[in-house]
Design a protein around this ligand. Structure first.
Ligand code: PEP
Ligand code: MN
Length: 357
């Protein structure tokens, strides 16, 4: 996949690139007033949803075609690039006709290969940046598949938007960040810029700053944040939008750390620490390997005695004990749960194979 850097998008691409604007374009006044405030903050890319994918019918579904003229005005009067969401051939066609500069594919569209392919077909021969939001479910292959479809149309100005994932469990955020998904996407396609959408992750204003900072700490290239001149009366996502003034405060509070440094002291200390980590990781691997050897012995013993592999009370006991012991050692419940669930699953797999051999 050929991916051009953000520098080719026609903006001053210093990190982080900021894309801001309302969830939805609602009226010409709302669009122009919000854009004015954002221009004053130095925002270079203005976002606004023209067609809105809503969870339930009978809510505001966007102003449609007429709003594209407002974006054109933003571009003309404030010199900002404009960006909007497209979900089908018609959206692409109309957005391109009206001079929208950057398109994004929403989370509900990324999940649908038919829709993504339809968009790709309409983009053949067009040179425009296309950002693809993660699918609502944490399926990295589906996300990468969408990049491959759009890249297949000849688009090289590609970027990912990490907006978090739906989850059945009640969590603090509207969408679970699952940072490892962005980290893994970066490992698989290192040249692809990743822009974080802390607004849709958070769902509430109060959490946007911490998520934005975390994404920068992990190396995000940019942020897409919702901003509305009067958030409380916004027709969509009112709880997560900031006035341009409040957004300015958030942006000022963010710390952008260097990707690396040539400082000799830093390099020396880091190489010592990394050497320690390597030794500890080797010990972890040895321990895991020894533990699985014991699991094999257990599998054989269960087989000889015709006893089922999974013993629920024993698993309960292990997990409870490890959570308590882990806490004493300053290890989070999340780490202990994930680690021991994975170890236990592997142990069950090994034993199942043995009792059935
Ligand atoms: C949006 O950006 O307003 C939007 C609808 O986002 P998502 O596709 O992430 O839900
Ligand atoms: Mn929104």
């Amino acid at each position: 996949m050929k991916v051009d850097s953000i520098e080719t998008w026609g903006i001053n691409a210093k990190r982080p690139v900021i894309i801001a604007g309302p969830c939805s374009a609602e009226s010409e006044e709302q669009v122009m007033e919000t854009a004015k405030g954002l221009k004053e903050l130095g925002v270079q890319i203005f976002r606004a949803g023209i067609w809105k994918p809503r969870t339930r019918p009978n809510s505001f579904e966007g102003v449609g075609f007429e709003g594209l003229a407002w974006l054109k005005r933003v571009k003309k009067e404030y010199g900002m690039l404009t960006a909007t969401e497209v979900a089908c051939q018609k959206h692409v066609n109309e957005a391109l006709k009206m001079g929208v500069d950057i398109l994004w594919i929403g989370a509900r569209t990324t999940v649908n290969p038919f829709a993504v392919q339809e968009i790709a077909n309409e983009l053949k021969g067009v040179d425009i940046p296309v950002l693809i939001k993660n699918p609502i479910n944490p399926d990295l292959e589906l996300w990468i598949g969408a990049f491959e479809r759009i890249a297949g149309a000849g688009i090289t100005k590609l970027g990912a938007i990490h907006r978090g994932f739906s989850s059945f469990e009640k969590i603090k955020y509207r969408n679970a960040p699952q940072w490892q998904m962005a980290i893994e996407l970066h490992r698989r396609i290192p040249e692809l810029p990743i822009i974080c959408d802390p607004s849709h992750m958070a769902g509430k204003r109060e959490y946007v700053q911490e998520l934005a900072q975390k994404s920068l700490d992990l190396g995000a290239n940019g942020l897409i944040i919702e901003s509305h001149c009067n958030p409380d009366v916004a027709l969509s996502d009112s709880k997560q939008q900031f006035t341009p003034k409040d957004l300015g405060e958030i942006l000022n509070s963010l710390v952008v750390r260097e990707r690396g440094t040539n400082n000799a002291d830093y390099k020396e200390v880091m190489s010592e620490l990394r050497a320690k980590i390597d030794v500890l990781d080797e010990m972890l691997l040895d321990t895991l390997s020894k533990r699985m050897d014991v699991c094999r012995e257990m599998g054989k013993t269960k087989k000889e005695n015709n006893v089922q592999v999974f013993q629920s009370h024993r698993w309960d006991q292990i997990l409870t004990d490890k959570l308590a012991r882990g806490a004493e050692k300053g290890l989070s419940n999340e780490l202990i749960e994930k680690t021991f669930k994975a170890i236990h699953q592997e142990s069950i797999n090994i034993q199942t194979e043995i009792v059935n051999s």
